[in-house]
Design a protein around this ligand. Structure first.
Ligand SMILES: [Zn+2]
Length: 389
C-alpha cells in the first residue's frame, strides 16, 4: 500500500529561497498548462490537448527537473479529466481555470537522491549545465522505498513523502454489503445486509467547525476595520492562517478516528462492499439559493475528506467502495412507498413503519443499490453507537 508522511526539514537559507522559487515556478507551469490547453482548443475546433502534446509544449522552458514539470502537467490533466467525469454525472464542476501563484513541486524517480537523512532534490540540467541540487535534512525517514517527494506549505514549507510500505491489501472473505450514509449530525451511519447498524456521531467534527467559524468571524471583524495590507492587517491575517491550519489538523484527526472506527466495524461484521450515498444529486435539483446553503453545510461536514479517508482505509482492508446517488433514499417509506421529509430523530410513517432516521437513510442506500428501489429490508438486529472523543 502506498502511504504518505509529512515532515518538517532543515536547510540553508539559500536553499530555502530556492525551494520557495520552485513552488512559484511550478505555479507558472500550471498557468502555462491552462494557456496552452486553451489555445489548443481554440485552434483545433474545441478538441482537447493530449498528454504527449502538452508535455512537449512544456519541455525545456522551466528551471525545474523535467519530471517535476511533468508532475504539474499530470495534475492538470487529472483535474481536467476528473471534472469531465463529474460533469458527466451531472455534478456542477468547473474545469481547471484558476491561475496560481504557488503550486506544490514534486520530485519523483530520478529527480531526488537520499543519503542517510539528507535528501538531494534535483533541478535537472538547464542550458546544458547540471544545476546544484537543493539539500535538505529530515529528522527521520520511513523505512521503505520513497516514491515521491512533494513540497507543501503548511504554515511553513514541509515535505510530504509517499512510499510503499510493502504490505498488500488484506484478504477479505466477508459476504456483507453495507449502505453508508454520511451526514452532519452523524458523521457515518451504516447498515449491513444482515441489518446490523452503526451510528458514529459527528459532534466532535461539528464543534471544531463551530469554534473555527466563530474565531474567524472575530478576526474578520478586526480585519475589516484596518487597512488592507497594513501591519495590523497582516498580524490578523497571520492569526487567521494559524486558526485555519490548527482546526484543519484537529479536523483531520477527528475524521481519521471516525473512519478508523467505521472500518473496524466493517471488519467485525464481514463487510466486503460499502455503498456510499452521494449527496450531489440532491443538490442539482435545488434552487440556487438553497444550493448555496447546502454547499455551506457540506463544507461544514467535510464530506469530501471523509470520503477520501474512507476509500483509502476500506481498500486497505480489501473492502470495495462504491458511490451511488442518494436522492430519494431517505425520504421514502420502504413499506408503503409514501414520500415525506422528516426533521425528527426518527422516521415515522403513517403506515406504522418507524426507524432511526439515519439508519433508515443508510438502509435506503443499500436497498437502492441492491434492488434499484426502496424496499423493506427487515427488522434492525443491532445498532452500535459510537462517539469520537
Ligand atoms: Zn409507510
Amino acid at each position: 500500500m502506498i502511504r504518505c508522511v509529512k515532515t518538517a526539514f532543515h536547510t540553508s537559507k539559500l536553499d530555502l529561497e530556492r525551494l520557495f522559487a520552485c513552488n512559484r515556478i511550478s505555479a507558472e507551469v500550471w498557468n502555462q498548462c491552462l494557456l496552452i490547453a486553451k489555445h489548443h482548443a481554440l485552434q483545433d475546433d474545441g478538441k482537447w490537448i493530449g498528454k504527449t502534446e502538452l508535455q512537449a509544449a512544456l519541455k525545456n522552458q522551466f528551471p525545474l527537473h523535467s519530471q517535476s514539470v511533468q508532475a504539474v502537467c499530470h495534475k492538470y490533466l487529472y483535474a481536467r479529466d476528473s471534472a469531465k467525469q463529474a460533469r458527466r454525472q451531472g455534478l456542477p464542476t468547473k474545469y481547471p481555470y484558476k491561475k496560481k501563484k504557488h503550486f506544490n513541486t514534486k520530485w519523483v524517480d530520478q529527480a531526488f537522491k537520499i543519503k542517510a537523512n539528507t535528501i538531494y532534490l534535483s533541478l535537472g540540467i538547464q542550458n546544458g549545465k547540471r544545476q546544484q541540487p537543493i539539500k535538505i535534512t529530515v529528522p527521520r525517514l520511513p523505512e521503505a522505498d520513497i516514491k515521491e517527494i512533494e513540497l507543501v506549505f503548511d504554515r511553513k514549507l514541509m515535505i510530504s513523502m509517499s512510499y510503499d510500505d510493502g504490505q498488500a491489501a488484506a484478504d477479505n472473505l466477508g459476504n456483507q454489503t453495507a449502505g453508508v450514509d454520511l451526514g452532519e449530525i452523524h458523521s457515518i451511519t451504516a447498515t449491513t445486509t444482515e441489518n446490523k447498524s452503526i451510528i458514529i456521531t459527528g459532534r466532535k467534527v461539528r464543534s471544531i467547525h463551530r469554534l473555527r467559524n466563530k474565531k474567524l468571524a472575530e478576526i474578520q471583524k478586526f480585519m475589516s476595520k484596518c487597512e488592507k495590507g497594513s501591519r495590523k492587517w497582516k498580524k490578523y491575517n497571520r492569526a487567521k492562517k494559524y486558526i485555519l491550519s490548527k482546526s484543519e489538523r484537529q479536523l483531520n484527526d477527528a475524521i481519521h478516528k471516525t473512519t478508523r472506527q467505521f472500518v473496524e466495524w466493517c471488519r467485525e461484521n464481514e463487510v466486503k462492499e460499502a455503498v456510499v450515498g452521494q449527496v450531489e444529486g440532491v443538490q442539482r435539483n435545488t434552487k440556487k439559493k438553497k444550493r448555496k446553503i447546502i454547499n455551506q453545510k457540506l463544507s461544514n461536514w467535510s464530506f469530501g475528506k471523509i470520503q477520501k479517508q474512507l476509500r483509502y482505509k476500506l481498500e486497505a482492508q480489501g473492502i470495495i467502495i462504491k458511490m451511488i446517488d442518494e436522492s430519494y433514499t431517505s425520504g421514502q417509506c420502504p413499506c408503503c412507498g409514501i414520500r415525506k421529509k422528516t426533521s425528527t430523530r426518527n422516521y415515522n410513517c403513517s403506515c406504522g413503519y418507524t426507524e432511526h432516521r439515519d439508519v433508515h437513510g443508510s438502509r435506503g442506500i443499500l436497498s437502492k443499490y441492491l434492488h434499484g428501489h426502496i424496499r423493506y429490508m427487515g427488522e434492525t438486529k443491532e445498532i452500535k453507537y459510537l462517539r469520537i472523543a
